[in-house]
Design a protein around this ligand. Structure first.
Ligand code: ZN
Ligand code: MN
Length: 488
């Protein structure tokens, strides 16, 4: 039997506000001294009263506007009651049945696949709540420490409808959401720092069955890779259970990123009844009275899927290249500046070259050498100059890549490098031929092999000649000349 996986995502996001959700304590996730950003309100002392952080409400509404949610006139906060040591009040102020935003959709716009790109994932709701403290388990395992700096940080929770089918779709959704949150300046949304946390609900059902199967929840997915892999693992695990005629147990599972498996954390028997009720210390919200919606809409920046479309249309680059630029605002800025500084004559061939050099070579070196953008010295002027030289065929692509490596680290003037190192492409055929003759003379075995039909030895000979000429030649032209020379 074919089983259809049905997935829904729950994403928690720490909002970038100056102060916490219900008190004036600073919201600073870089503060490493524990229990310094606390007060009687976020510690839940008796007799204290919360007040709503208006900025946090505004940030959630911005997200709602960007994804086309319906934003109701009436919204309220509720108490979600449960006991856990990281929860000072014994309840979390959250939103139960009247969230700030209802509905909406997010396209999987970061996909390279045109069909997936068109796929809209429907959103169930977006609401506002507060974060909990953080439990720290020292290595001696004799004690548990607690840091309340995080308690009361504004937290946005976004829940999708159960419409996702694969790990890849879930990953693309989460990646697309992260870029949106950064673009809107709603959150840094760094998953490693716990500023964005994903949970997934997974169930499988026979294709023709209408009602959903037994739901399993997977928590602690703190990277995009974990989101995709945990889902793929669960789909496989649940399929195997169902194929054996057994039943999937309703439970919460964790993700082990080392073994790349999910494991049982707690089963339905221990599931909680949160006894939600309206928060008596906070008034209901009418956001239309609190904010000027015309202004909020006008203030929305260009959204990342619009940026991608504009890049593809304006610069005629491929979806793949545009995706990388959309996800890295520093790279995007460098791209735009460099293109604007190209010699107008070479704009057409130079633009895709810039995109290519930037998204594969520069970002590749950045990753390989573990550099930050601050470590990358090359200026847009110098980068444009490099591409001008390549587009005008003054230098070969091999030389261009060598120079690129240099200027990433030093930003030394491209013209000067070409001149002092003598890297300009050798147009004088007599120099090319005399070098080829020398290479042929020194490699009799390769020539013999070539004549016997091992045509790939030509690559080797071209390489030898290129090395001798310090890359200052066109490899295709060299290949042609060598072939002519050997076969006469
Ligand atoms: Zn506080
Ligand atoms: Mn929540």
């Amino acid at each position: 039997m074919e089983y259809e996986p049905i997935l829904g995502l729950e994403v928690h996001v720490e909002l970038k506000t100056k102060s916490k959700m219900f008190c004036s304590c600073s919201n600073d996730s870089n503060e490493h001294h524990p229990n310094t950003l606390i007060c009687p309100i976020c510690l839940g002392h008796p007799g204290t009263l919360p007040t709503i952080n208006k900025k946090a409400v505004e940030l959630v509404i911005k997200v709602g506007l960007a994804v086309g949610s319906q934003i109701p006139e009436f919204s309220k906060f509720d108490r979600k009651n449960y006991f856990y040591p990281d929860l000072p009040k014994g309840y979390q102020i959250s939103q139960y049945d009247e969230p700030l935003c209802k509905g909406g959709q997010l396209f999987l716009y970061l996909s390279d696949d045109d069909k997936l790109n068109q796929r809209a994932i429907e959103i169930e709701r977006i609401h506002l709540e507060e974060d909990t403290g953080k439990l720290i388990h020292p290595e001696d395992k004799k004690s548990t420490l607690i840091d309340f700096n995080r308690a009361g940080i504004p937290l946005m929770e976004l829940v999708t409808k159960p419409v996702i089918h694969t790990g890849k779709e879930a990953r693309l959704f989460a990646q697309g959401l992260q870029i949106l949150l950064k673009t809107l300046r709603v959150s840094e949304a760094d998953m490693e720092k716990g500023q964005m946390r994903c949970e997934v609900n997974i169930s499988l059902k026979p294709q023709e069955q209408k009602e959903l199967g037994t739901k399993v929840e997977v928590k602690n997915l703190n990277s995009f890779k974990a989101v995709e892999k945990a889902i793929d693992f669960e789909i496989k695990r649940q399929t195997e259970i169902l194929e054996k005629g057994e039943k999937v147990i309703q439970e919460t599972r964790g993700w082990d990123p080392i073994k790349e498996i999910t494991y049982s954390q707690r089963t339905k028997e221990e599931a909680q009844d949160y006894r939600y009720f309206p928060e008596p210390d906070l008034p209901p919200l009418n956001v239309y009275k609190l904010f000027d919606f015309k202004k909020l809409k006008a203030e929305l920046p260009e959204l990342p899927w619009q940026t991608k479309q504009n890049l593809i249309q304006t610069y005629n680059i491929l979806s793949q290249g545009a995706n990388i630029l959309v996800q890295d605002d520093k790279a995007l800025l460098l791209f735009k500046e460099t293109v604007s500084k190209l010699d107008p004559e070479y704009k057409k061939i130079g633009t895709p070259l810039i995109n290519n050099y930037l998204t594969t070579d520069i970002l590749g070196i950045k990753e390989k050498e573990g550099l930050d953008w601050e470590d990358i010295k090359l200026s847009s002027d110098n980068f444009a100059q490099l591409i001008n030289n390549l587009a005008s065929e003054k230098i070969s692509s091999r030389v261009a890549k060598d120079i690129l490596l240099d200027i990433i680290h030093s930003n030394q003037d491209v013209e000067e490098i070409i001149k002092t190192k003598g890297l300009e492409k050798i147009k004088d055929e007599s120099i090319l031929i005399s070098t080829i003759e020398e290479i042929i003379k020194n490699n009799p075995k390769a020539i013999e092999d070539y004549k016997k039909g091992k045509t790939n030895t030509l690559q080797f000979l071209v390489g030898q000649t290129m090395a001798k000429l310090k890359g200052a030649a066109d490899p295709q032209e060299l290949g042609k000349l060598i072939r002519e020379k050997i076969t006469g």
